[in-house]
Design a protein around this ligand. Sequence first.
Ligand code: ADP
Ligand code: MG
Length: 481
Amino acid sequence: MDKELRDKYEVVIGLEVHAQLKTKSKIFAPDKNEFGQEPNTLTSPITLGMPGVLPVLNKEAVNMGILTGLALNCEIPARCKFDRKQYFYPDLPKGYQISQYDEPICVNGYLEVNGKKIGITRAHLEEDAGKLVHAGADGLAGSSYSLVDLNRAGTPLLEIVSEPDMRSSEEARNYMEELRNIVRYIGVCDGNLEEGSMRCDANISIMPKGSKEFGTRAEIKNVNSFSALQRAIEYEIDRQIEIVEEGGKVVQETRLWDDNARETKSMRGKEDAHDYRYFPEPDLMPLEISREWVQRIKDSMPELPSQKRERYKGLGLSEYDANVIVEQMGLALFFDKVLELGATPKIAVNFIMGEIAAYLKEDHIEITDTKLTPENLAELIALIEKGTISNNIGKQIIIEMLKDGTKASEIVEKKGLSQISDEGAIKELVQKVVDAHPAEVEAYKNGKTNLLGFFVGQVMKETKGRANPKTVNELLRGIIG
Ligand code: ADP
Ligand code: MG
């Protein structure tokens, strides 16, 4: 869309994010909470909604709800309660979902994204529904009936609702990414958008720049990657601006994002908006959450991604490096282990951001898929610091360490890679190089001092990179300078 036209409007975005909590069992039933099992094997009578069964609240789900709320700067009210949300759908055996309506477990928080606070209105606990598999016995999509898998039914969810505080698709994406980082670092959710363990509905509206009154919003469902979220929002902004520019009105509705067609399609309008007839769940007592309980969870809070970034910057990492490492939790935990073992942060980060990152990228793998251990990397770094090997040799052997899990000291020993620091030996080589290049020596003496690098390179070549570069430099200066 024409940028000038786009600039006439301000975009308003609020996100509703569902995070599946990684409890061992379901939120109101003892079935295992696991992904990828045989269909309908995690289905107790409670999950199936049999007559006469009663829900029992999983305390771990409550703990995780509180932990997430605290990580999002929320208040945890002294009391919350559960409500029934009625709707009919084949993947909802009871005909209602147990959720929290007017007294949620977390309220009034915020998440800081790139220095801006995005308000969190609330976060509430609820149960997930089952799954419809739209494929017949022949396994082909488009057949005349669907199958129901209730393994997912009863999985604990935390729905995190933001204020309409975001003003661009990029901001929305950054918010979602930081939220994903947080739930992963505090260990409550896998944050896997592709598998649906974290899902996002995006509410989007536009208004003329400078207006105080928000426009009518459309809600977009079915976005299952960060890039799809951004694309869907961009598409929706353009669609709404076109409608308004043509004199039309945006209608409040739910739209589905089709990432292949790259467009949103209307799913249901306001006319058929559900009346969920919420009422308090009679089978569960309101939940009293003592301040001691909240404090206990506060005390168990692990380091949050934002705190990790700050700590890394304090160690001398650039903002870019700190961001990249925190973004990949596996790398960050690995890096922390290496630091704990006493490695110098600067050298460790150079390996991680350089050779290691390139190796992981090439094979699309995680650090934990390699054979490199934090202990081995720390040992390699210690060898470099002691001057046993040069940094360059380190770079050469790290690949073997990643592939085979070999210790640096073993490789150095086996291949005779230890650094030559013996002055006498190096001096002989330096003299040899100087004697072999009289023209360059002349040029150097006439002011072409950058030829020093050439001489160092020649000596390094002679020693296959094993000479101590500091000693080489000093000796060279002594002889030709
Ligand atoms: P519902 O439950 O019907 O979806 P909510 O009031 O809970 O309605 O709002 C859902 C989400 O919509 C929230 O994240 C909120 O920030 C966002 N939202 C509300 N009004 C607007 C608007 N005019 N434009 C964009 N987002 C909005
Ligand atoms: Mg909504």
